[in-house]
Design a protein around this ligand. Structure first.
Ligand code: NAD
Length: 285
């Protein structure tokens, strides 16, 4: 049996995943702003290292897996917290917990992203790059132009950035080469307290209910937890840097022909550079 950390363990998908892991006999260290083993505010610079300390004390320096589900929805007036929890609350924790994951045999990590990564138009690339550079002020400035529509933009930017961070790191010697499998799950609209809060706002409710979902309806936190548990299992030994969409078909509806995408001709030099670089990667792993 393993030791897993689950952020966002007090509610929704994180809670459902933690329950399933505990029922299977694993030890779960829950991290949340309330009702958790490690109670911290991941939106603060002090909260994130405190979360890492609390987890490392409880796991004895070895982790078999991590689920990063703590997050805020695209609610107006919370741009800064959205970026802090959804992006820095994932990458700061994972960067600091990586050595503990490396000490386990075949650790797996699931980051909860979102299908807003591919279905929200006009998300400024500058905001995504700023987050990846660790510059929250620049990211917030990049979405300010959207006025009272900035929350969906910083939300989608935070999820694009965290997905890119997953894909960039998953394939490196430090992650794949150290036996850690790092992947992301991209849910669509899932009926959790986060979605219920959006539906309580008439304008947001109209946007959610008019959004194309080919299967109809909303997803269920338990279904997504089943995907998370699967992505933590041995079945995921060969899964590396993937972003798995479980969204009732919205992503496929909007971009049926644009994914999978062939590398464009302009990418050829980078492609060749990466082929050569792989030898170095193999030597280091
Ligand atoms: P939820 O609100 O039920 O759970 C989120 C958890 O994160 C809560 O327990 C909350 O307390 C915790 N959290 C929020 N801010 C925190 C902070 N500052 N510090 C520590 N913990 C904090 O929501 P959910 O729907 O289960 O969301 C889980 C993840 O899924 C989130 O990252 C969310 O962005 C993502 N997501 C949700 C949906 C959806 O429709 N529900 C869709 C796509 C992606």
């Amino acid at each position: 049996m393993g030791i897993y950390v689950v952020s966002g363990s007090a509610s929704g998908m994180g809670l459902a995943a933690a329950e399933r892991l505990r029922v299977a006999g694993h030890v779960v260290i829950g991290v949340d702003i309330k009702d958790a083993d490690v109670v911290v505010d991941l939106s603060t610079q002090a909260g994130r290292p405190a979360a890492v300390d609390g987890v490392l004390q409880r796991c004895g320096g070895v982790l078999d897996g991590a689920v990063l589900a703590a997050g805020l929805g695209p609610i107006a007036g919370r741009d800064r917290q959205i970026a802090q929890v959804n992006y820095f609350g994932v990458v700061d924790l994972l960067s600091a917990l990586r050595p503990a994951l490396e000490r386990s045999e075949g650790a797996k990590v699931v980051v909860v992203s979102s299908n807003s990564t591919t279905t929200v138009p006009l998300v400024p690339e500058r905001a995504v790059r700023a987050l990846l550079d660790g510059d929250i002020e620049r990211a917030l400035r990049a979405v300010r132009v959207f006025g009272n529509r900035s929350a969906p933009m910083i939300y989608a930017a935070s999820k694009i950035a965290v997905s890119r961070w997953v894909r960039r790191h998953a394939v490196t010697a430090q992650w794949a080469g150290s036996g850690i499998r790092l992947n992301a799950l991209a849910p669509g609209a899932i009926m959790t307290p986060l979605l219920a809060e959006q539906l309580a706002n008439p304008a947001a409710a109209r946007a959610v209910s008019s959004f194309p979902v080919p299967t109809g309806g909303y997803g269920d936190a338990g279904q997504l937890a089943d995907w998370i548990v699967f992505m933590l299992s041995d079945a995921a030994d060969f899964l590396c840097g993937s972003v798995i969409f479980v969204d009732g078909g919205s992503d496929a509806y909007f971009r049926s022909d644009s994914w999978p995408a062939r590398p464009p001709v302009t990418m050829l030099p980078r492609y060749l550079w990466r082929l050569v670089g792989f030898r170095r990667f193999m030597r280091r792993s």
